[in-house]
Design a protein around this ligand. Structure first.
Ligand code: HEC
Ligand code: HEC
Ligand code: HEC
Ligand code: HEC
Length: 185
């Protein structure tokens, strides 16, 4: 009897969590890298904003505005400029294909591959109190990466042979170039 009560209680708790996750994801909007950066720019916190600004990801949209990109798009048979071609935008920016309602005022598509491309839309998890609590952040839409294999698999959703300029992807080397940990205290 007690066992049944415990397991249904656990089931109940799980369903509340799942339900609130779905609700949070339904409400979530993209706030933009600048907003994330307000709390993630200090050196002693790991200066995630500066690391990202210094990475190619922050330039991924600008890259599509180059003559080289237009040439690649034309060779692929697209009639539009690279920066207007959905097939290029899908890996180079977040937001081009989303309803404007999903994008907050401060969000810029021109920021390319940005914080929320990888971490998920942040409107519901961005509060300091939620951010300091991992489970609460995830319940409010923060993407959870279980382990390194999960991170690698995620990178490879863009770093693959569907990229017209793809040669190879060395996860360890690439991750080393863009990782941005919070320093251990
Ligand atoms: C109001 C301040 C604030 C804002 C805005 C904010 N964060 Fe955070 N975030 C924190 C704090 C505080 C932590 C806890 C770790 C630390 O001290 O840096 C944290 C932790 C995190 C973590 C690690 C969480 C975990 O449990 O694994 C990620 C990832 C993260 N933030 C991404 C983002 C992204 C992406 C945005 C924008 C959508 C954002 N943050 C906006 C304050 C903020
Ligand atoms: C949404 C698609 C997307 C995801 C996901 C993504 N990238 Fe990228 N990445 C790009 C694009 C697009 C560029 C090229 C930007 C440019 O040159 O303008 C790039 C460039 C890079 C570069 C610089 C070029 C190079 O090969 O040295 C590194 C390093 C990199 N990414 C690492 C990663 C890692 C590590 C992950 C996973 C944690 C990741 N990326 C996930 C789209 C993505
Ligand atoms: C499957 C995801 C994906 C798609 C689709 C994609 N790209 Fe990229 N693009 C990347 C990634 C990842 C990089 C960086 C590493 C690489 O070259 O694969 C990149 C790099 C680039 C670069 C920089 C190359 C360099 O040598 O610095 C250009 C230019 C570019 N892409 C143009 C385009 C154009 C134009 C299209 C559309 C026809 C397009 N991309 C479609 C993922 C993609
Ligand atoms: C290409 C994907 C990508 C981009 C872009 C990106 N991150 Fe991350 N970030 C990750 C991954 C993967 C991790 C490691 C797994 C985790 O902690 O969730 C991580 C970890 C973090 C952490 C936790 C570090 C720790 O040691 O606990 C913070 C904070 C964070 N990112 C903030 C940001 C902010 C702010 C931006 C934008 C300025 C950003 N990230 C851009 C993929 C990305």
């Amino acid at each position: 009897m007690k066992k049944i009560a415990t397991s249904s209680l656990i089931l109940f708790i799980i369903s509340i969590f799942t339900f609130s996750t779905i609700l949070a994801q339904g409400k979530s909007t993209y706030i933009g890298a600048k907003k994330c950066g307000m709390c993630h720019k200090k050196d002693d916190g790991g200066k995630q904003l500066k690391i990202w600004e210094g990475s190619k990801h922050s330039q991924a949209f600008k890259t599509l505005q180059t003559a080289e990109a237009d040439k690649i798009a034309a060779e692929k048979g697209f009639k539009t400029k690279a920066a207007e071609t959905p097939e290029c935008l899908k890996c180079h920016v977040t937001g081009a294909d989303l309803d404007a309602k999903m994008l907050d005022k401060g969000f810029k598509i021109e920021d390319g591959v940005q914080c929320e491309t990888c971490h998920g839309a942040g409107s519901e998890y961005k509060a300091k109190k939620i951010m300091e609590d991992h489970a609460a952040s995830v319940a409010n839409g923060l993407t959870e990466f279980k382990d390194e294999a999960a991170i690698k698999a995620f990178c490879e959703t863009c770093h693959n042979s569907n990229s017209p300029t793809f040669k190879s992807f060395d996860f360890a080397k690439s991750w080393d170039k863009i990782k941005h940990p919070v320093p251990k205290k």
